[in-house]
Write a protein that binds this ligand. Structure first.
Ligand SMILES: [Zn+2]
Ligand SMILES: [Zn+2]
Length: 299
């Protein structure tokens, strides 16, 4: 049996086997598979041996999501038959609702989860996302602060906090929050890309270009963690826009084409392409790109 690890951005699978010493295939690929793991006795999350804190003689390691006690993975069978506590059920229900965009309906579930279990870091973060998504920005910031107090290594809480500052049109604080996420998880490209967008929107185009170049270097180095499918395409999209703003039209074109070929349709990319082509005197191609931009914008 294979389980997934709940550690942040962990891609290892947990191999559960009756074979003494563990499944031989899993043992040969320690980066792909974990044999040793722990289970949270409250929320039931599994953590591979690289993703939980070590614990000590006097204190069992704790679940970073809910603060529960972690117990040996050997107790999996015994644990799996038990019903989840109410706080964990409310949290799980809220996550399901939010996956279908029902932030408003998720809020009472999350209120209940943190009322029943005030130390539930992840429920505070998810509650912050639901509050931010329903326009209750100040309360969202307070929820993210609580999440971070309970779990200071929660990079996602910093990222969501940054997004909330942006919605409140407080870009300087958004940048500071992204900086915290980046300091915590240098291999996480998304906050670097988002930070570059804010710099560019603030007219700091050269800084934006340098920041997005670092994100592209990270994403192509193979050492990025938590990367999304379109991260590299969006980074190129931002880089292309920065180059256009800096008047470096010829350099911008292949960068924008990379974003167009590898990312979701964006009128912005075609618009920037059209603009760069026009400035380079390639009017016919520019008009074609402009036509695509217009049709995407109106669709
Ligand atoms: Zn837990
Ligand atoms: Zn893990």
């Amino acid at each position: 049996m294979l389980l997934s690890c709940s550690g942040w951005a962990c891609t290892r699978l947990i191999s559960v086997s009756k074979v003494p010493g563990g499944n031989p295939v899993a043992r040969q690929d320690p980066d792909g598979f974990a044999i040793e793991f722990m289970i949270c006795d409250f929320c039931g999350s599994n953590f591979c041996d690289r993703c939980h804190e070590p614990g000590s003689r006097f204190r069992a390691p704790r679940c970073t999501s809910c603060g529960g006690k972690l117990v040996s993975g050997a107790r999996l069978e015994q644990m799996s038959g038990r019903p989840r506590p109410a706080a964990a059920q409310h949290h799980a229900q809220a996550v399901r609702l939010m996956e279908s965009g029902r932030f408003q309906d998720a809020l009472p579930e999350l209120d209940e989860a943190v009322r029943l279990r005030p130390e539930y870091a992840e429920a505070h973060r998810v509650r912050g996302i639901a509050l931010s998504g329903t326009g209750r920005h100040a309360e969202a910031l307070a929820a993210f602060d609580q999440a971070l107090q309970l779990n200071p290594s929660d990079a996602l809480a910093h990222v969501e906090r940054a997004g909330t500052f942006l919605r409140m049109e407080r870009p300087a604080e958004a940048i500071a929050a992204y900086d915290q996420a980046i300091a915590l998880r240098p291999g996480y490209a998304a906050p670097q890309i988002n930070r570059a967008i804010i710099l560019m929107d603030g007219g700091r185009d050269a800084e934006a270009l340098a920041a997005v170049d670092r994100a592209i270097a990270l994403l192509t180095s193979g050492s990025a963690v938590g990367a999304g499918r379109y991260d590299l395409a969006s980074a190129h999209s931002v880089k292309g826009a920065a180059l256009v703003k800096l008047g470096r039209y010829a350099e911008a074109l292949p960068v924008i084409d990379y974003a167009i070929d590898n990312g979701p349709d964006s009128w912005n990319d075609h618009y920037n392409k059209s603009y760069a082509l026009e400035r380079l005197g390639r009017i016919e191609e520019s008009e074609r790109a402009r036509g695509i931009a217009d049709s995407l914008r109106n669709s």
